[in-house]
Design a binder for this molecule. Structure first.
Ligand code: PLP
Length: 458
């Protein structure tokens, strides 16, 4: 055990026994874990009793905060009634039926179906497998490759990580695996050329996609996957006409459009789904996180009728759909998700997010007038980002060695605010239950932290 942790302390035992996700092992061994002991609304508390506003809702997910009693009660009720059953071999239970129906309805995927899994990564991989079935049934079995975008995040399992467009998801694993390709990221702030309009930028992105398809051979491409608004790559809102133009290219070459709504879904962007914020028309949608406010590991894929028809046709000789997770449609997960959606409806989540998001954006825009290091404020609803730059006029980034984003995160943490830097872009994705007072407090702590950061940089 590491010498500087007390014997038998949680910190010492954790360092000795626990390999953490997305954590630098050496720094972790030196500093030990941050121990979170409880949640209260949008706040979490550490083991010293200090309270923080978690303005990231954990990992863009705890939309109803950190101790919602109704979700706890829904889980308890379901645990007492039926604590587990599966959905293989024709089995179901009413909560799973209710959630499937609700999701098909909410997403507007008329005549479609919902499939359940347990993580976002599994949902994304399920969409890829369904795309393969779809093309195979239609006599196009060579259509196998998937195109994602640079800076995308789609998960950690092998295909999902291969779809990521972030080197830190690839480097130690030798990913991406063959057949997973990447096209340009639709980042207007970093990607637009001098004198180019957003619309012309969208044309160029669509052309670039078409060139990639032609280079690889249209007969080899199964699907294109995208988040409506890229979360983990730095809160990137594509140009308005982006998806319409991309989808023309996809249709031309018979390529499916897969929507990763794992962050954007369930009100986050000021619509029920991110597709409606950006005008995307996916054939399948992956849902997780906000689906249950992450009170249970549950995810789903909602698929258009033609995708289901392919699964049905493939198995018409009597075979079964050869896919499934032990906990697909777990009764407690679906019960929690149903209660979550009920609460979203009661709180009129879309209106509330629009109002709160506009208030937070107003704060950030006004901070931009006071802090020249704010190069860009962007996002939609309660999914907002601030990009910090060395020179606003030229959009020159800070020297990466300065670790400006990370320094901001550390300062904000000391001031009771949990955000998330993605490089030098500061992300904010608070629980959707935030009040006006909470928003003002997030802004106040953010501004205090910016002031300290500015002092350190000059
Ligand atoms: N897709 C997006 C957009 C995500 O942000 C994430 C996780 O952060 C995932 C997929 C993967 O979800 P999970 O970690 O549940 O596998």
């Amino acid at each position: 055990m590491n010498q500087h942790f007390k014997p038998n302390s949680v910190a010492g035992r954790d360092v000795a026994s626990h390999l953490h996700s997305q954590t630098n092992p050496k720094r972790f061994e030196e500093k030990g874990p941050v121990i979170i002991t409880k949640g209260e609304g949008i706040h979490v508390f550490d083991d010293a009793g200090k309270s923080y506003i978690d303005a990231m809702a954990g990992l863009w997910c705890a939309s109803l905060g950190f101790n919602n009693e109704r979700l706890a009660a829904a889980a308890n009720r379901q645990y007492s009634e039926l604590g587990f059953y599966h959905t293989f071999f024709n089995r179901t239970h009413e909560p799973a039926t209710n959630l499937a129906e609700t999701l098909v309805d909410l997403t507007g995927m008329k005549g479609g179906k919902a499939y359940f899994a347990t993580s976002g990564s599994e949902a994304n991989e399920t969409m890829v497998k369904l795309a393969w079935v779809y093309h195979t049934v239609r006599g196009k079995p060579t259509k196998r490759k998937v195109i994602a975008r640079d800076r995308a995040f789609h998960g950690s399992t092998i295909a999902a990580a291969s779809m990521c467009g972030l080197t830190f998801m690839h480097r130690e694993f030798g990913l991406p695996i063959p057949g997973f390709l990447h096209t340009l990221c639709p980042d207007p702030y970093r990607g637009m050329l001098d004198g180019e309009s957003e619309d012309e930028f969208a044309d160029r992105l669509a052309l670039e996609l078409e060139r990639l398809i032609l280079r690889e051979g249209p007969d080899t491409i199964a699907a294109f996957i995208a988040e409506p608004i890229n979360a983990g790559g730095g809160i990137i809102v594509p140009p308005k006409s982006y998806f319409a133009k991309i989808e023309v290219v996809l249709a031309k070459y018979d390529i499916l459009c897969l929507g990763d709504e794992i962050v954007c879904g369930f009100g986050r962007t000021g619509n029920w789904f991110g597709k409606d914020t950006v005008g995307m028309k996916p054939h399948m949608m992956a849902l997780a996180k906000g689906l249950s406010s992450s009170y249970f590991p549950i995810s789903a894929v909602v698929l258009a009728p033609e995708i289901y028809d392919a699964v049905n046709a493939f198995n018409k000789q009597g075979g079964s759909f050869g896919h499934g997770f032990t906990n697909s449609g777990h009764p407690v997960g679906v019960a929690v998700a149903l209660e979550t959606i009920k609460i979203y409806n009661e709180m009129n989540v879309v209106e509330h997010v629009r109002k709160m998001g506009a208030r937070l954006k107003w704060h950030f825009d006004s901070m931009a007038q006071r802090y020249p290091m704010i190069g860009d404020v962007r996002g939609a609803g309660l999914m907002l980002g601030i990009e910090l730059v060395a020179d606003r006029a030229t959009r020159t980034p800070f020297d990466p060695a300065l670790q400006v984003g990370l320094t901001f995160d550390q300062i904000a943490y000391e001031h009771g605010l949990i955000g998330r830097c993605m490089g030098d872009t500061l992300g904010f994705s608070p629980p959707l239950i935030v009040t006006e007072k909470d928003i003002d407090q997030i802004a106040e702590r953010c501004e205090t932290s910016l002031k300290v950061l500015e002092g350190r940089l000059t």
